[in-house]
Design a protein around this ligand. Structure first.
Ligand code: G3P
Ligand code: MG
Length: 241
């Protein structure tokens, strides 16, 4: 059974601070979250960074692609101003920096492998290798998740002992065979796709079920009542209250 808390901060606490930044992770801790989720992509030079999109534009205002930009180039960008002037100059963190902060704050984490288009295999291999080799000993064992089955397959080979979760947006029809094939311990899905019956089937099959992105208390309570073990929330303090 899962020992993750009921509420996991989404992209840090991205309702309060720019997603996937150190400020967002710190905010989640400040709000009382015990775990956060963040997305990890590769730079052009195969460095692991916290970032969500293939394109840089939405959160940095820059043209171009994450996968075509070096780590040094990414580190020069401002990933905070788009959210608010209060976060101007907030950097795109490396996975190493994020792991250091988790250790400092005593937070656990779901590490979502987020491959740029066509980079599933190397992203899965490199991110899971980093987590395997550099996860701080003081931080609870993480969960590695991904929408990419190819990335999870790499994680299964590189870091078989780290629990894996498959993320799905739509279509819960073939979850069973996928979870078995990828030797996952959990399914992470959109809460809007779920019914009580489906939750029951997934849990009865022995898997933990976590839902994204849940920002309404009433909805979270319904999901918990059905047996969902954790929700990812942009406003973790709302649900925890
Ligand atoms: O890992 C759960 C959730 O973060 C998946 O969706 O698009 O926010 O990465 P997304
Ligand atoms: Mg994510």
């Amino acid at each position: 059974m899962s020992d993750t808390p009921a509420v996991i901060g989404h992209r840090g606490a991205c309702g309060h601070a720019p997603e996937n930044t150190l400020a967002s992770i710190a905010k989640a801790a400040e709000l009382g979250a015990q775990w956060v989720e963040f997305d990890v992509m590769l730079s052009r030079d195969d460095k692991c960074v916290l970032f969500h999109d293939d394109k840089l534009l939405r959160t940095t205002g820059q043209k171009g692609l994450t996968a075509e930009t070096s780590l040094a180039g990414l580190q020069r960008m401002d990933a905070g101003s788009w959210f608010s002037d209060d976060f101007a100059g907030e950097a795109i963190p490396t996975l190493s920096e994020a792991m250091d902060l988790l250790a400092k704050l005593g937070l656990g984490a779901v590490v979502e492998i987020k491959p740029s288009e066509g980079r599933d295999v190397e992203t899965g291999r490199i991110v899971s290798g980093m987590v395997r080799d550099h996860w701080p000993v003081s931080v609870p064992q993480p969960i590695i998740s991904s929408f990419s089955e190819a990335a999870l397959e790499q994680a299964m080979m590189e870091a078989p002992h780290i629990p894996r979760a498959l993320n799905v947006f739509n279509g819960l029809s073939d979850w069973k065979v996928k979870l078995r094939t990828l030797d996952c311990v959990a399914l992470h899905c959109m809460h809007t796709d779920l019914s009580e019956k489906t939750v029951g089937k997934i849990i009865t099959a022995g898997y933990d079920l976590r839902c994204f992105t849940v920002n309404e208390v009433a909805r979270a309570n319904t999901l918990f009542g059905w047996g969902v073990c954790s929700v990812f929330s942009d406003f973790p303090e709302r649900i925890m209250a």
